[in-house]
Design a protein around this ligand. Structure first.
Ligand code: PMP
Ligand code: GLN
Length: 393
């Protein structure tokens, strides 16, 4: 038989799927894969169920149900002051994962360079490589994940077609400031590059931090595609409903990629998400407030156990430094596997978000969980609090 695609034939199962599998196998507390314990707003789930019964359950319009595209445009105006034409500037996709792929397929040619910031979501680099684009990773500097400005500037070249930005950032919980976004915008404009902004955690931002879409900065509106996800905004990660806002010249080829990849997205879910986006400001505010309490519960518990944590202003995730508990020769993946069997807690190694040479011993906790789930994990991790597990010398 002729060989199948070399890159994908050699690709393993995603860390999120693998670690959730281990959680089930060992009955461990799963603070790995990012999905909430909260089942999502009842009214939305009822609306989706009623639509299945009443129909129509046939192909919706390729660009998405008008009600949802209008709701996305209204949402972008309400939260960010963006004037969006719902007919030419909004596309509904089957999750942000599809939206990202559609953007890559629609905007890039083989050989085009894409600047992205590490830690980076695990689909970015493989998807870019599969279509022949060249990821140029710039590493943010922990603990506050600051932008290394000289390296960033050096990463932009005449071949740079696109900046790929995830803010708020999975796994770091960083929310990029306006000053940082200005640096990025300046580079995009100077190099005539597009920006694809993965903003799936746009409403999961805490305290004084504010989410600013790069698209709202001067000179960026006409070169930016902004991606949102109902999975995060309504705590229904299994629904896989995403949405892209982009100027018509960008959205046209992106929509043609969507035409090839899925063509449409289930209409009942689109209908429910349209209702969701129209909810009052209190809904969106409570989402962040509830999550901030969970972050605090986890952060306080880890600190009490003597486990160092890094700052976190948003997302579902908090990064902790487990380097003290690494055994000789062990990397973060091996440590996380050992924590499943020895401690009964599933976490995600940060190496999953790096192409090469990840920082040593950083792990990601997911805290969009019930108090008892967080407490159960903390209780099990108390076994670490004394002498280090494995007693690294
Ligand atoms: N981007 C980031 C940064 C994510 O964390 C996720 C995880 N869900 C996605 C994209 C994919 O979102 P969706 O489930 O809507 O495909
Ligand atoms: N985005 C989720 C996370 O970071 C996982 C999504 C997935 O399982 N592919 O945990």
């Amino acid at each position: 038989m002729k060989p199948t695609n070399a890159q994908l034939s050699q690709t393993g199962t995603t860390i999120f799927e693998a670690m959730s599998g281990l959680a089930r196998q060992h009955g461990a507390t799963n603070l790995g894969q990012g999905f909430p314990d909260d089942p999502g707003p009842l009214a939305l789930r009822q609306a989706a169920a009623a639509y299945v019964l009443d129909g129509p359950n046939q192909y919706p319009p390729m660009m998405g149900l008008p009600a949802l595209r209008q709701a996305v445009a209204a949402h972008d105006k309400r939260f960010y002051g963006l004037d969006v034409d719902w007919q030419t500037e909004v596309l509904v996709t089957s999750g942000a994962t599809e939206a990202l792929l559609d953007c890559f397929l629609g905007l890039l040619e083989p050989g085009d360079e894409v600047v992205l910031l590490e830690p980076a979501y695990d689909t970015y680099a493989p998807a870019l490589r599969r279509i022949g684009a060249v990821p140029r990773a710039v590493r943010l500097v922990p603990p506050d994940w600051s932008l290394p400005r000289a390296e960033l500037a050096a990463a932009f070249t005449p071949r740079t077609k696109l900046l790929l930005l995830n803010s708020p950032l999975n796994p770091a919980g960083k929310v990029f400031t306006r000053a940082e976004l200005e640096v990025l915008a300046e580079l995009c404009i100077a190099h005539d590059a597009y920006a694809v902004c993965d903003e799936v955690y746009e409403h999961l931002v805490f305290g004084a931090a504010r989410h600013v879409p790069l698209m709202t900065l001067p000179g960026m509106r006409e070169r930016t595609a902004r991606i949102g996800s109902a999975g995060k905004t309504f705590s229904v990660t299994g629904w896989k409903v995403g949405y892209i806002t982009a100027p018509p010249a960008m959205l046209h080829p992106i929509a043609k990629a969507h035409q090839l990849v899925t063509f449409t997205t289930p209409p009942n879910l689109q209908h429910a998400v349209a209702l969701g986006l129209a909810q009052d400001d209190a809904y969106f505010a409570s989402l962040g407030a509830t999550l901030a309490r969970s972050r605090d519960r986890l952060a306080t518990g880890l600190t009490a156990l003597g486990i160092p944590i890094l700052p976190c202003d948003g997302t579902y995730f908090l990064v902790a430094d487990f380097s003290r508990w690494l055994r000789a020769g062990e990397d973060d993946l091996a440590l996380c596997r050992r924590l499943v069997t020895e401690v009964g807690v599933v976490l995600i190694p940060l190496s999953a978000f790096y192409d090469r040479e990840p920082p040593r011993g950083l792990v990601r906790f997911c805290y969009c969980k019930l108090d008892q789930t967080i407490d159960a994990a903390l209780g099990k991790l108390a076994a670490l609090a004394g002498p280090a597990v494995g007693a690294a010398p």
